[in-house]
Design a binder for this molecule. Structure first.
Ligand code: TGC
Ligand code: FAD
Length: 396
């Protein structure tokens, strides 16, 4: 057997040549979303972040591209593979975590909940408009006193004839005040089960208030939902979700997208730091020429490539039907931690320029502080992984 040495050049952001592991369709989806982000996100996102807003119109543009509920089948959804959906998340979050969040909440949380647990009528009513981005959804699980431990939620759903009456409060809800529809999780009065409800905006007693002064995920609306004896017809209930298994199943989907998205944010920070280090001259030479900076660049490249490889591996497992929630926890824990490390290192390489919105790095770094917290904190995911390793549950 003759040894074959490739002449293919090293590409810093794809050092390991993972591009070769994608098929033509996957590359096309990746490139299309990358071009969309370059065109419609990157020129504006610094301003959105500074002004703490995300234009509503973006949802329609994402819908036109087929990115909302993209891995779901039927009802106007694209029916793409898990890997293709992951690649889209990676490119969106290379733009901004807030944009990926919009897509995650819409497709993996709100639409997925209806698609998996809803009636045919509910699916027909909501999913096509949500896939098109005409209708925006949000997902209300967290409460002021129930974050990592959603089983301790206080929001209650009680029966009144065939109607349901919802009472309670949800906190930190992405898209809460801009959503046309909320998926709200509540504990029922009789069976004490956790059930999901579709709550349209404008329902009497249902209000949303924005949470201000966030220094992270600023290009994303985050709200508090207030449910003051909200009366809903029986048809608002998602019939087949009857425990915490319901919302946690939705979270598996969104967490999977974050595994990819975090790798995208890391790549964006690495690329910015590499370019900056090659152009910035101190002591008569580019700072990229100093060994201490080269060590950092090599470590960042390793993290970026390892994260992409892990995401792709989990994507292939999901497409093959072999992905367990524990695998997703390992991916979210590993890739978000790695992205934070890359972002913090990149920010230092940029020196003073690293603290301004002229460069993407501090925006990503701040965003990742939310990403490491939502959809299960790093601690929660470590506990899920360690539970699988030891058989000992350490949450309680
Ligand atoms: P536990 O007793 O273990 O389980 C209760 C029921 O749930 C089932 N289950 C799961 N099902 C599907 N997927 C999973 N990953 C599941 N984990 C558990 C379990 O089998 C059981 O089912 P059943 O039928 O017997 O009732 O639950 P626990 O109360 O001990 O909690 C476990 C823990 C801590 C892992 C869970 O509570 C957890 O994941 N906590 C973190 C909460 C969280 O992630 N919140 C996220 C809120 S949404 C959000 O952040 C959106 S941000 C979106 C954005 O902007 O991108
Ligand atoms: P807590 O649960 O109070 O945790 C505080 C600290 O204690 C953390 O470090 C945690 O890891 C640690 N801790 C908790 N329990 C344990 C334990 N058993 N062992 C060891 N350590 C532990 N929620 C939604 O429902 N929908 C949304 O759309 C949504 N969007 C969000 C958007 C943003 C920008 C943010 C920041 C949050 C969002 N969330 C959303 C809420 C998010 O899911 C919660 O913040 C998260 O689940 C953690 O809950 P908490 O903030 O109450 O922290």
């Amino acid at each position: 057997m003759s040894a074959h040495v490739t002449t293919e050049a090293i590409r810093p952001s794809d050092f390991l040549g993972l591009d070769h592991l994608l098929d033509d369709e996957e590359r096309l989806i990746r490139d299309t979303v990358r071009a969309f982000v370059a065109d419609q996100v990157l020129p504006y996102v610094g301003d959105w972040f500074e002004q703490a807003q995300l234009p509503r119109e973006l949802a329609r543009e994402l819908g036109k591209l087929g990115l909302l509920g993209m891995h779901l089948r039927g009802y106007g959804c694209a029916g793409a593979s898990a890997t293709a959906y992951g690649l889209a998340c990676m490119e969106l979050e290379a733009g901004d975590s807030g944009v990926r969040s919009l897509v995650s909440v819409q497709g993996s949380l709100a639409m997925y909940a209806i698609h998996r647990f809803g009636t045919e009528e509910q699916k027909q009513q909501w999913l096509p408009a949500m896939a098109a981005g005409e209708c925006v959804g949000c997902f209300g699980l967290t409460e002021p006193d129930a974050g990592s431990d959603p089983a301790s939620m206080r929001t209650r759903a009680r029966r009144d004839g065939s109607d349901w009456i919802l009472h309670g409060q949800k906190m930190w809800i992405t898209n809460g005040s801009v959503a046309d529809v909320a998926i709200v999780w509540a504990r029922t009065d009789r069976e004490h089960e956790i059930r999901g409800f579709i709550v349209p905006q404008g329902t009497k007693g249902f209000t949303a208030q924005d949470i201000h002064r966030k220094l992270s995920l600023r290009a994303s609306v985050t709200s508090e939902l207030l449910l003051d004896d909200v009366r809903l017809p029986a048809g608002a209930e998602l019939p087949t979700a009857s425990s915490l298994h319901g919302p946690l199943s939705c979270l598996n989907e969104a967490r999977y997208g974050i595994v990819w998205g975090a790798a995208g944010a890391a790549r964006a920070c690495f690329e910015a730091a590499l370019e900056y280090s090659l152009g910035r001259v101190q002591f008569g030479r580019p700072i990229a020429g100093f060994q201490i900076q080269q060590r950092k660049l090599a470590a960042m490249a390793l993290d970026v490539n390892r994260s992409a490889l892990l995401a792709l591996h989990l994507g292939r497992m999901k497409d093959a039907g072999r992905l367990r929630p524990e695998h997703v926890s390992m991916g979210k824990l590993g890739n978000v931690d790695a992205a934070l490390e890359v972002a913090r290192t990149a920010r230092q390489i940029l020196g003073a320029n690293g603290v301004t919105l002229e460069y993407p790095v501090i925006r990503h770094m701040n965003n990742l502080e939310s990403v490491v917290t939502y959809e299960g904190t790093a601690d929660v995911h470590a506990l899920v992984v360690a539970n699988a390793l030891t058989g000992i549950q350490a949450f309680r």
